[in-house]
Design a protein around this ligand. Structure first.
Ligand code: SF4
Ligand code: SF4
Length: 467
C-alpha cells in the first residue's frame, strides 16, 4: 500500500460548498488516489493531478461538481446523502429443524440433546405473521431462509410455507443452505419449479470436506455432497447455485487449494468464505483463527481470486464483491456488510416457538422482541426494542472506530458474533474488525493499481477504466 492521510474539511472558493473531509489512499507508483468519507461511505477515484488539487485546497469546478454528486462536498441547498436506515425488515430467517445427518466439527447446535423440528402450528403462525406484515406494508420483494440442522430433512414444511405464501399472491425468494447430501433429481426439479434457491455448504476438496463435515455416523461426506452438486449443476434453473465455505484453523493451511477446487472442479462463480466464529458451545475452541491467520486468509483469498480470474476462471467471493460495491458505488447489497449490522432493521429471526428476534440470537430468549402469536406490528416491536435497553441494539464501538476509514460500512461488525462470544454486546466484532482492516486497504490498492481486476470480482457490476 502507498500512503494514507486524513484530509481535513475546508471551504471551497466561489460559494461552491465545503469539502467534508475524508481519507485519501495514494498508490505508491502511479500516485493516484482513492478518497473515502467515513461518515457517509462516499468515495471518488482521483488522478495524481486531482489529488494535488485536493491536497493544496485548490479544487477546480469539474472536480468540485463530481465531488458534490458523490456526497463529498456539502452545499447549503443540497440534500444530504442518506446515512440512516429506515426500519423495514425484508429478510426473515427461522429455525426450521435441528435435525441433521452431518456432524460438522464446528457445529454449535446441541445435537446430543432432544432434536426438534418446528410444529405445523408455529410454522403457520410465523408464515401468517410475515404475510400480514408484507401485505400491510406493501412489500413484494422479501427473502425467507429456513435454517437447520439440514433444512431438506424437513422439506415438507418448506413446501407448506411456500404454498401459504403463493395462496396470498406473495412470491418471496426462499433460500436454503443445504449440505447437498439429500438432493435428488425430483427434489431439484421441485425447487426449480417453485423458484426455491439452493446454496451448498462445501468446505473444500475431499480431504478438507471429510475432515470438517463428516456424516452423522462418522463416515466421509464428500461423495454424497458431490452427487448432490452434480444434480444441481445439470439443472438449468439451479446450476448457478451459491456455495458457503467455512474456514477453520484446521483448513487454513489449504485455503489456496480450497479456492482452486471451487473454481476448477465445482465451477462456482461465487462463494462465501465464512471464518469460523468463536462460540462457547463449539466443542473445539482451537478451531478459531488467530489474528495473523485472519489477515493472511484475507490476503490469500484476494490474490487467489485475481490469479484465477487471470487464468480464465470467472470466480469471486461474496464479501470481496460486496466490499468492493461498498467502496465504489456505496451499494446496499448486503444486510450484514454494507451499513454495519442490520439486525432488526432489515433482518428478523424466529425461533421454533414463534418468538421474534433481531437476527439469530435465539439462544438468548430475553433478546426476543415479541411473539408472532401476539400479532403485534413488527416495525413497532423493533422500534420499541431499539428505544428500550435491549442488549442487541447497544452501540458497538472501540476507540479505534473513531479514526477508522471503514466505519460507515462496518459499525463494529456482527452483533450476533459479539453476543455469542462475550454473552453481551460490548466492544466490537474483533474478527470482522481484523478482516475489514486487512481487506479494505487491499481492495483499494487493487482498484488503483489493477482496475481491470474489478470487473470479474464484482461479477460485471462495476467496470473501471485505467485512470
Ligand atoms: S470495528 Fe474495526 S474495522 Fe470496524 S469500524 Fe471499528 S475499528 Fe473500523
Ligand atoms: S447480527 Fe450479524 S448476521 Fe445478523 S444482521 Fe447483524 S451483522 Fe448480519
Amino acid at each position: 500500500m502507498g500512503s494514507l492521510e486524513y484530509i481535513r474539511s475546508f471551504d471551497i472558493g466561489g460559494n461552491i460548498g465545503r469539502f467534508k473531509g475524508g481519507y485519501l489512499f495514494k498508490d505508491e507508483i502511479e500516485r493516484n488516489g482513492f478518497l473515502l468519507n467515513p461518515e457517509n461511505g462516499c468515495s471518488i477515484i482521483l488522478s495524481s493531478e486531482l489529488c494535488d488539487q485536493l491536497y493544496y485546497q485548490n479544487i477546480e469546478e469539474p472536480l468540485a461538481f463530481k465531488m458534490i454528486q458523490r456526497g463529498l462536498i456539502e452545499r447549503g441547498n443540497c440534500l444530504e446523502c442518506q446515512v440512516k436506515e429506515r426500519v423495514q425488515p425484508t429478510f426473515f430467517i427461522f429455525d426450521l429443524t435441528q435435525a441433521c445427518n452431518f456432524r460438522c466439527i464446528y457445529c454449535f447446535r446441541h445435537l446430543e440433546d432432544k432434536v426438534r423440528t418446528i410444529s405445523d402450528k408455529n410454522l403457520d403462525a410465523i408464515t401468517n405473521y410475515i404475510i400480514d406484515y408484507c401485505i400491510k406494508y406493501k412489500i413484494k420483494n422479501f427473502c425467507v431462509q429456513p435454517w437447520g440442522g439440514e433444512p431438506l430433512i424437513a422439506f415438507d414444511k418448506i413446501r407448506r410455507m411456500d404454498n401459504m405464501f403463493k395462496e396470498k399472491g406473495l412470491y418471496p425468494l426462499i433460500s436454503i443452505e443445504t449440505n447437498a447430501s439429500l438432493i435428488t433429481e425430483e427434489l431439484a426439479e421441485e425447487c426449480a419449479i417453485r423458484n426455491i434457491r439452493l446454496g451448498v455448504s462445501i468446505d473444500g476438496f475431499e480431504l478438507v470436506q471429510n475432515m470438517h463435515r463428516p456424516l452423522m455416523n462418522g463416515k466421509p461426506s464428500f461423495e454424497k455432497m458431490m452427487r448432490g452438486v452434480k444434480i444441481l449443476a445439470n439443472n438449468e434453473n439451479l446450476k448457478n447455485f451459491g456455495v458457503v465455505t467455512v474456514l477453520t484453523s484446521k483448513s487454513f493451511p489449504y485455503l489456496k487449494e480450497i479456492i482452486e477446487f471451487l473454481a476448477t472442479e465445482v465451477k462456482v462463480s461465487c462463494f462465501k468464505l465464512n471464518l469460523v466464529k468463536d462460540n462457547p458451545v463449539m466443542k473445539d475452541a482451537g478451531l478459531c483463527l488467530t489474528k495473523e491467520q485472519v489477515e493472511l486468509a484475507e490476503i490469500t483469498l484476494l490474490s487467489k481470486l485475481v490469479e484465477l480470474n487471470k487464468r480464465g476462471y470467472p470466480i469471486t467471493e461474496l464479501n470481496v464483491q460486496e466490499k468492493l460495491m461498498n467502496l465504489l458505488v456505496r451499494s446496499k447489497s448486503n444486510i450484514c456488510t454494507s451499513r454495519g449490522c442490520m439486525g432488526g432493521t432489515k433482518m428478523i429471526a424466529f425461533d421454533q416457538d414463534g418468538l421474534i428476534y433481531p437476527c439469530d440470537v435465539t439462544d438468548y430468549k430475553k433478546e426476543a422482541i415479541g411473539s408472532v402469536h401476539d400479532k403485534q406490528d413488527l416495525i413497532t416491536l423493533v422500534n420499541n426494542a431499539k428505544k428500550s435497553n435491549c442488549d442487541f441494539f447497544n452501540k458497538k464501538h472501540i476507540n479505534e472506530c473513531d479514526n477508522c476509514p471503514f466505519w460507515f460500512y462496518c459499525k463494529g461488525g456482527c452483533t450476533t458474533a459479539i453476543k455469542y462470544k462475550k454473552g453481551c454486546v460490548e466492544g466490537v466484532d474483533n474478527q470482522e474488525c481484523i478482516a475489514n482492516k486487512t481487506l479494505y486497504p487491499k481492495l483499494i490498492e487493487l482498484i488503483l493499481s489493477e482496475p481491470n481486476a474489478i470487473f470479474p470480482l464484482t461479477r460485471g457490476r462495476v467496470k473501471l477504466n485505467k485512470i
